[in-house]
Design a binder for this molecule. Structure first.
Ligand code: UT7
Length: 355
């Protein structure tokens, strides 16, 4: 039987929970830290010349890529993601248990299940955190980051860890010259926290779009519910990424610049107002075309594809880290981030840099 005292305590607890919920105020959110983990192993264009019918000159001219970092056998996405997260925690002087939510963008999870977020949570010791994975390929980090922003903005979370990680070498056919020259491995982590105002840095606006009619042009079809893994799927190389490069190229160039343009326009800005344009690193020519269309001068565009190739969900945090190490990002800078990838999926995010 419930005593009168228990019932009074219960009512008080409910009222206090309601009062807390009512007092929760929407707030601004910002990026307050970035760290990366890139494997030391390199796959250079010269290495690829020995593996497929290609040349350094073709790869550099058509893509801008000179090398990619590749993991040693056995290194997983949760290993690299956890390394990036640990560096970030050290940098910020946070305890693993300060992290409330872990969102991991990846298309190369350690396993189909459980989510890589759970594996990273365990590896970094973020006891009590919750989390999940976001699977939207090269747009993954941008989408995951925006989800993090929602949880901070609604006043329920103060330390959200966003990880973008992909071990593309685990799903690439190194006999397919049109695909294997592009991708590399890497991880990046960002911390999303509350902001005290625009001067403190904050997320301003975003515009995202998916278009499933593009699914056929960039995909990994084997191992899912449509084509469960079998000898046949392996014989047909369905466990590898397949792409129609030209169609993806066209979509990327048009959609990334269209979304950036719309986002800038509705915020009363033009490309020349941007301090730094940080686009997904898929192909140097895609980046240059997008920059030109939105009127962003190349000296304000972050390009590091020569060094890392396309690391899918990791390109954006790695690009942010490159910008920081080159001294090209300071608190309050107006930053435009953009992505596009399989789905098709695309997006652009506008923010004031937060540290
Ligand atoms: O994050 C999203 C991931 N995917 C992408 O971003 C891919 C976007 N697309 C691209 O970056 C480019 O389309 C590629 C780099 C994949 C290809 O460049 P391209 O300038 O579009 O070349 P293409 O596919 O039009 O092929 C031109 C020629 C073809 O030969 P033919 O038919 O003209 O004789 C290809 O067979 O280049 C040939 N080719 C190569 N030659 C040397 C394709 N790959 C190679 C190669 N080395 N690695």
């Amino acid at each position: 039987m419930v005593s009168t005292l228990d019932s009074v305590n219960k009512q008080q607890a409910q009222q206090s929970a309601l009062a807390t919920a009512a007092q929760r105020k929407p707030q601004l959110a910002k990026i307050s830290g970035v760290a990366t983990a890139v494997p030391p192993g390199l796959l250079t264009n010269q290495d690829l010349e020995k593996m497929v019918d290609t040349t350094d000159e073709w790869i550099v001219t058509r893509t801008g890529i000179r090398q990619r970092h590749i993991v040693e056998k056995g290194v997983t996405s949760s290993d690299l993601g956890a390394q990036a997260a640990q560096k970030l925690l050290e940098q910020k002087g946070l305890k693993p248990t300060d992290i409330e939510l872990i969102i991991v963008a990846t298309v190369t999870p350690d396993m189909m299940l459980p989510a890589t977020a759970c594996l990273i949570q365990e590896k970094i010791g973020a006891t009590g955190a919750w989390g999940f994975d976001v699977s939207i390929a090269c747009s993954g980090f941008l989408y995951a980051q925006q989800i993090a922003v929602q949880f901070v903005a609604n006043g329920t979370h103060e330390n959200v860890l966003v990880v973008g990680v992909d071990i593309m070498s685990s799903i690439i056919d190194y006999t397919d010259r049109a695909t294997c020259i592009i991708f590399g491995d890497g991880a990046g982590a960002a911390l999303v926290q509350p902001s005290s105002g625009v001067e403190d840095g904050c997320f301003l606006d975003y515009i995202f779009e998916i278009d499933g009619s593009g699914a056929q042009y960039l995909r990994l079809a084997g191992g899912g519910s449509k084509h469960p893994a079998s000898h046949e799927t392996v014989d047909k190389k369905m466990h590898y990424v397949h792409q129609d490069g030209r169609t993806v190229f066209k979509f990327a160039t048009l959609k990334m610049s269209e979304l950036c343009h719309k986002l800038l326009e509705r915020n009363g800005l033009t490309g020349s107002d941007i301090s730094l344009f940080v686009p997904h690193q898929a192909n140097r020519r895609i980046i240059e075309a997008a920059a030109e269309r939105i009127g962003a001068p190349m000296e304000r565009v972050l390009v590091n594809i020569d060094e890392y190739g396309n690391t899918t969900a990791a390109t954006l945090p790695i690009a942010l880290q490159t910008a920081l190490s080159q001294g090209r990002l300071k608190k309050g800078d107006l930053v435009l981030m953009a992505a596009m990838g399989a789905g098709f999926s695309a997006g652009a995010t506008l923010l004031r840099w937060g540290y």
